[in-house]
Design a protein around this ligand. Structure first.
Ligand code: ZN
Length: 241
């Protein structure tokens, strides 16, 4: 048995605390609570949560140094995430920490800074039916899934999604309104692996869906840092005489 995977589930945690917001009823323990619960089923995962309104957004140096994979959900308060914390998360990704960016996290400062593009997209809250097609069935993130995930009603995200071309595109969503979307996108930045996964609008119980939980669990395993060599940089002497 290998060492455990240390996962930190980060959430903005604002909608769920506002009494009249639908998310309050759907996620009484917060979106992070639902995601963490799905991950804690795995006996080798060590899962903690962190939220925006904790000191340093719950992402202290100690927490970041002891996180193998960070998951990120944010929506209404991207602008309140402090730049110096974003810079620290960015640095940890370059060092090898995995990052799973969920749904409206497409506009998070950390995702935009790692992508270098606007990460903008089309959207509509109209109970569109979403079906996520697996387009890379050999990829570890699809382990245990069928040919597609039937999400039922969800918020629509449509192309153009202004991201760099993914290194691997794992899912493509179809929406009943006619749009399509690149819903599962893999990247590498430095030593770190990044996975963007689309579903998860706060007014739907998406993070209780077994297939969604399976994808997030698989993505954590995929993004878990490997024990590869640490490169050296700068002026260097020849190895051969
Ligand atoms: Zn949304």
């Amino acid at each position: 048995m290998g060492r455990s995977v240390r996962v930190t589930v980060w959430n903005e945690y604002r909608h769920e605390r506002s009494e009249h917001h639908p998310a309050c009823k759907i996620y009484p323990e917060g979106i992070h609570g639902a995601i963490a619960k799905g991950l804690r089923v795995e006996s080798d995962f060590e899962v903690r949560t962190a939220t925006l309104d904790e000191p340093e957004h719950g992402l202290t140096d100690e927490v970041l140094a002891n996180t193998d994979v960070l998951t990120w959900w944010g929506h209404a308060a991207h602008g309140e995430v402090r730049d110096e914390i974003v810079a620290k998360v960015h640095q940890r990704v370059l060092e090898g920490m995995g990052l799973i960016v969920l749904h409206s996290g497409h506009f998070a400062k950390i995702f935009r800074s790692l992508m270098g593009t606007t990460c903008d997209l089309k959207w509509r809250e109209g109970n569109d039916h979403e079906r996520l097609w697996v387009v890379e069935p050999g990829h570890p993130i699809t382990c245990g899934l069928g040919e597609y995930i039937d999400m039922g009603p969800e918020e629509m995200y449509g192309e153009r999604f202004d991201i760099p071309a993914p290194e691997t595109l794992v899912f493509v969503s179809w929406f009943s309104g006619g749009e399509i979307f690149r819903s599962g996108c893999c990247y590498t930045r430095g030593r770190g692996k990044i996975f963007y996964f689309r579903p998860g609008h706060e007014t739907y119980p998406t993070y209780y869906n077994d297939d969604v939980r399976r994808v997030i669990t698989n993505a954590v395993r995929w993004a878990n840092p490997t024990n590869g060599p640490v490169p050296t940089f700068g002026n260097t002497q020849p190895l051969e005489k």
